[in-house]
Design a protein around this ligand. Structure first.
Ligand code: HEC
Length: 378
């Protein structure tokens, strides 16, 4: 028993010495293959996160200078990490490596087209498209609210005053979600996780753009980065709560939008999660995966932006506008400038629906007639 054990230990020791020796021999003849460069430039120097280096057209001096100074997403490599001599050996190695098109990773091909400028342009086009589609969707809802019939009354009420009521409602009902605050504080907070998390992410994005357009230099503990991470975590928690509600609330399915609701929630989850994953991968040095995950992240965010007007997410602009129109109609009715509204309050249908619901409740349950609140779509 003991002898067998000793034999195994001896064999293990011998083999590890042999391994170490072969590695040392390896290191001397293959600096590139055993350096950190390989992680980003690929095992055969045909690219990864960074460009291919095989058959490089750079001179030795340019090569050394680039590596010592760093470039774009590539951090500088000091002498302590890689001696000048080794670096020059690495240059000779990659220079003599064969150029093999088939070895260029797809992620690098796609990634090399995605400069900051190109990405910004793609997002601008997607943003404009999304805005136009949103206006189109909004037009449908505003038409249903019968804004045309409200117009004559608006003049008598005062357009300026109406604008004030409308804008005030955008903040109170839209941004601060007063209706949820009044009825259910918990759900208000859950809703806030997504709404305010999202707004925070947008704000962080703008601040980052101002602070450092290349976004390469911001350290992880920079206040803007920390703020963005907190907002992202907030949105993710909110999304999980929404998923939980879809599982447990039997009234959540309105019979029309369930599929689109799922699309929106899943796109949101994937885009935020892949964003976090991209950050984590590049911080932990798993460079092979950074570009594929980053491309996936861009694709999910793009899909989210363009599909937004047609998913449940459209309530971020439909609800505030409808609530604003309702507030204007209510104010007009209250002011009494339009007596027709007392008999037939058609514009801003909410007012009418409330009146009908009130009279129905008076019949079936007089005690609770005064204490109900109608929810409007969506
Ligand atoms: C974190 C990933 C990463 C590591 C590690 C890395 N690089 Fe890079 N490298 C890049 C990226 C990304 C670029 C492209 C930068 C740009 O053009 O904006 C690049 C560019 C270069 C260039 C310039 C290529 C050209 O044609 O302009 C050279 C040379 C280079 N790297 C050599 C090296 C060497 C040698 C090492 C190892 C000491 C190394 N890199 C390590 C990511 C990396």
């Amino acid at each position: 028993m003991n002898k067998v054990f000793l034999l195994i230990v001896t064999l293990l020791a011998l083999s590890s010495v042999a391994l170490a020796q072969s590695e040392m021999a390896h290191a001397r003849t293959d600096v590139f293959g055993s350096s950190s460069c390989m992680g980003c430039h690929g095992t055969s120097a045909m690219g990864g996160l960074g460009p291919p280096l095989a058959q490089t057209k750079l001179t030795e001096e340019e090569f050394v200078k680039t590596v010592r100074k760093g470039k774009g997403m590539m951090p500088p490599t000091p002498e302590a990490m890689l001696s000048d001599q080794d670096l020059r050996t690495a240059y000779a190695e990659v220079k003599s490596k064969p150029w093999d098109d088939t070895q260029i990773p797809l992620a690098y091909r796609v990634g090399s087209m995605l400069s900051t400028k190109v990405v910004a342009r793609i997002f601008m086009v997607a943003g404009i498209l999304s805005l136009l589609l949103s206006l189109w969707v909004l037009r449908y809802w505003v038409k249903l609210a019968n804004l045309g019939k409200l117009r004559p009354a608006l003049k008598r009420f005062g357009v300026g005053k109406a604008a004030f009521v409308f804008i005030r409602s955008l903040f109170v009902d839209g941004l601060f979600v007063a209706s949820l605050w009044r009825t259910n504080r918990f759900r208000w907070a859950m809703h806030g996780l997504i709404l305010y998390g999202f707004l925070g992410l947008g704000l962080a994005d703008i601040l980052m753009q101002i602070n450092d357009p290349t976004r390469a230099k911001l350290p992880m503990d920079h206040p803007i980065k920390v703020f963005a991470v907190i907002c992202g975590a907030s949105v993710i928690s909110g999304v999980f709560y929404v998923m939980f509600r879809y599982k447990t609330d039997k009234y959540v399915d309105n019979g029309v939008t369930l599929g689109r609701d799922f699309l929106f929630v899943n796109l949101l989850l994937h885009s935020i999660f892949s964003g976090f994953l991209t950050l984590t991968l590049s911080r932990t040095g798993a460079f092979t995966w950074v570009m594929p995950v980053y491309i996936y992240h861009l694709l999910t965010v793009l899909t989210l932006i363009v599909s937004m007007p047609f998913t449940r997410m459209n309530h971020i602009f439909v609800v505030p506008v409808m609530a604003g129109l309702t507030a204007v109609t209510d104010a007009i009715v209250k002011s009494g400038v339009e007596i027709a509204f007392d008999r037939e309050p058609s514009p801003g249908r909410h007012h009418k629906s409330v009146a009908i619901a009130e009279s129905v409740l008076k019949q079936v349950d007089p005690e609770s007639a005064g204490e109900f609140r109608l929810r409007y779509y969506p």
